[in-house]
Write a protein that binds this ligand. Sequence first.
Ligand SMILES: [Zn+2]
Length: 292
Amino acid sequence: MMPFEFLNEDDLLRDVSLIDRASILQQLGSSDFDGCLKDFTGAPLDLAEQLLPLARAFSMAPVSGFSVGAIAVGASKRLYLGANLEFIGVPLSASLHAEQSAVLNAWMHGEAALHHLVVSAAPCGHCRQFLWELPNADQLSIHFEGKRLDLSSLLPAAFGESRRKGASLMDSPECALEPVGLIRNDLEAIAVGAAKASYTPYTAAPEGVALQCINGTTFSGRTAESVAFNPTVSALVCALNQRNFSSSREDAISRCVHAKLVTSLSSQESFSKSLLSRMSHLSMETILMEAL
Ligand SMILES: [Zn+2]
């Protein structure tokens, strides 16, 4: 059964070859679909361009009504969907842009580098700066509106040094942390694990979130910082992005655990509580951690 009732395959997959269409429909129809597409015969970049309407269909833009889709092509040749997310009742800065969504999706799948990013509209300045955190940022090829440009030409004189290999958004080592108290259940362990894998080179304030939906499905998210600070994505929004590409995208959240460092100078905790309160009556649970 297709878990995404809003997807009209005849419309969204019309440019995809019949053989790849069958594979993609099978993956989308799986109850454990998670935003990653693989196992196709066409060239990954061609397919990414053909699948942009599909990515855009996952957009949730209740404030602007402006839906954007993006697809990241990983070094593994897998494709990662991206779509913008907006949240009612919180500042516009809580929004996730489609480019960020696709990059986070690839990162959460363990992809080590991106070769291409295909977007349905020109990347905004905020996204160009966010993409600067990628390991091959200056060579990343970005495709939109029939153009193909490197990030270095879209973002000349970027703010901040380029990230060196092994210290970027997709390839940094885990943070050495441990919880202050005992871990009492799986969801707490997931939140701590997510915090360890977060990317916070500018504040050293790793945070992780674990969400559970009423059907028992869990999602995790981690902080992804930007040297310019404002394009930073919180762990909760990162987790909501993963939920958005799943068959649980509209299921109620039944638990939310947030893991943070005791000594952090910066934290997304209060923002995350505020955002969660807009979608649930739950109290966010907090796990404190210390650096080793
Ligand atoms: Zn943007």
